[in-house]
Ligand binder design. Structure first.
Ligand code: PMP
Length: 377
């Protein structure tokens, strides 16, 4: 049996239509988009600007507000690079490491950093942001949705609050983009990071939205491409790819979200009713459509994943991502260390069906029963 892919928060397969759209931009239209003095360069530059227009349209932004980067890690680092000594950053304890690691570095350089704690379902409330704002607060950075437990943050409320208080709002929308609607201007978002490979596009391309008038400090310096915000020859095939991927998402996102949420809900109901010692992590409703995160008593997720090796999924012990120990997101929402080590994350995507889900739950029941039997013996 071919393994079934249930790890769409980690990455998604590049859509065949996206690959096709990209192909001419490797060897035919290969010019450097900065070489505006000749036709080869201008053709590449035109393709790049068309891609920028399509990405901007998807997010309800202006093309001049979209900057291509090598992915969301770079976008997040760029967004935070504006902070200097004596300024204050508000972010949360459950952000992606590409926010938390630069925030830690900034703290060493005299930036005050507040890490907001989520509630038991992973929500960062706008009230908690309001309480943390002080006169020297420059930037609030709160993700739109969490990639482990699926929590969709009240980013529109947080954006309105930040606008009212005169503080910039950055949102890492990497996990939300292409899955739920995120209108950047409607949500008063000043900066937003996103990535190609989470939206059925290619890896190694992403973007940073910077609202017109917001000043950003470059993180990568050099030839001054992307209006000096991100130096380096732009990945033209990648930009064409992320644009094609988002245009497809615009059509497919809504029906797919409904379909995946219904498969996910059915899975959750079966897991909770047919297996004992289970708890569901994260919110019930305000949650990414394809996301499910569950913990099992007396189970090591690593052993469970070995027993379920026909399914590619992720565990709440962060070992799979190179770290050791239980997921800090699960610990932050109050899950015990033992239950965090016994948790799995299911990330459904467009190729998944109700049959995959049913087969998964059948296998899961058997695997859990067997592991518990062995450890009891
Ligand atoms: N932010 C979030 C929320 C993510 O899930 C990821 C990818 N796991 C990133 C940032 C980093 O994205 P990229 O792989 O494009 O650098």
């Amino acid at each position: 049996m071919d393994p079934i892919y249930f790890d769409h928060h980690a990455t998604t397969p590049c859509d065949a239509r996206v690959v096709e759209a990209m192909l001419p931009y490797f060897s035919e239209v290969f010019g450097n988009p900065a070489s505006l003095t000749h036709p080869h360069g201008r053709r590449a530059a035109n393709a790049l600007e068309d891609a920028r227009i399509a990405v901007a349209r998807f997010f309800g932004a202006q093309p001049a507000e979209i900057y291509f980067t090598a992915g969301a890690t770079e976008s997040n680092n760029t967004a935070l690079a504006m902070l200097g000594e004596g300024e204050h950053l508000i972010t949360s304890a459950i952000e992606h490491s590409s926010i938390l690691a630069p925030a830690e570095q900034l703290a060493k350089r005299g930036v005050a950093v507040t890490l907001l704690r989520p509630d038991g379902e992973g929500f960062i409330t706008s009230e908690s942001v309001a309480r943390a704002i002080r006169p020297e607060t420059r930037l609030v950075s709160i993700e739109a949705a969490n990639g482990e437990i699926g929590t969709i943050q009240p980013f529109t409320e947080i954006g309105a609050l930040c606008r009212e208080r005169g503080v910039l709002f950055h949102s890492d929308i990497t996990q939300a983009a292409g899955k739920i609607a995120v209108g950047l201007h409607n949500a008063s978002i000043d900066l937003a990071s996103f990535s190609g490979h989470k939206v059925y596009g290619p890896k190694g391309i992403g973007g940073l939205f910077i609202r017109r008038g917001v000043r950003v400090e470059p993180f990568i310096r050099g030839g001054g491409q992307e209006k000096k915000i991100r130096s380096g020859t732009v990945n033209v095939p990648g930009a064409v790819g992320i644009a094609a991927a988002l245009m497809i998402r615009a059509d497919e996102m809504q029906p797919e979200a409904e379909r995946l949420a219904s498969i996910r809900d059915e899975m959750r109901e079966r897991i909770v009713s047919e297996i004992t010692g289970v708890s569901v992590n994260g919110p019930r409703a305000v949650r990414l459509p394809g996301n499910l995160n569950v913990s099992f008593e007396k189970i090591e997720a690593e052993a469970l994943m070995l027993a379920m090796r026909h399914f590619s999924l992720s565990s709440g012990s962060a070992c799979s991502s190179g770290e050791r120990g239980p997921s800090r997101v699960l610990l932050a929402i109050g899950v015990s260390e033992a239950m965090a080590m016994g948790s799995i994350r299911i990330g459904l995507g467009k190729a998944n069906t109700a049959e995959h889900a049913a087969r998964f739950v059948d296998d899961l029941k058997r695997a859990i029963a067997r592991i518990r039997e062995i450890s009891a013996a």
